[in-house]
Design a protein around this ligand. Structure first.
Ligand code: DQA
Length: 138
């Protein structure tokens, strides 16, 4: 099973960025752990701060992979383009957020991805990614 985690802007700063919200673990550290925990999955990860690169990656993997775990970060709330890409591809996408965006500022309540996603997991810290992965294995 081929699954990719796609992370949007500022998620390269996990472990350093607003640790009271996003925790103090780096994504690299977490990714190594999750790869070891799920050896049966061919798991890869991609991060970009650039909207178009995220769309390019969704198109690249979106007709051959078994699952996409997408945390589009701030672009979740602004990007019609990423929402359209998720709608256009065949691979199911689980939208993930580390924080519970519905308990935060109102502008974070809007998602251009949610309507096209298979499901949404948010608010469980980095464990949100793991829960999303489990949803593909279930
Ligand atoms: C986030 C929530 C977004 O509102 C925010 O812009 C992020 C991270 C999360 O994982 O909690 O960068 O997607």
């Amino acid at each position: 099973m081929k699954i990719i985690i796609i992370n949007g802007p500022n998620l390269n700063l996990l472990g350093k960025r607003e640790t009271q919200i996003y925790g103090d673990q780096s994504f690299e550290e977490f990714f190594l752990m999750i790869k070891q925990k799920f050896p049966q999955v061919t798991l890869s990860a991609f991060q970009s701060n650039i909207e178009g690169e995220l769309i390019d990656k969704l198109q690249e993997v979106g007709f051959s992979y078994d699952g996409i775990i997408l945390n589009a970060a701030a672009y979740t709330h602004t990007s019609v383009g990423i929402g359209d890409a998720v709608k256009a591809i065949e691979t199911p996408v689980v939208e993930v957020h580390i924080s519970n965006t519905l308990s935060r500022e109102e502008f974070r309540h809007q998602s251009y991805i949610a309507a096209h996603a298979k499901g949404i997991i948010q608010g469980f810290g980095l464990q949100s990614y793991e829960l999303a992965l489990q949803s593909f294995l279930a």
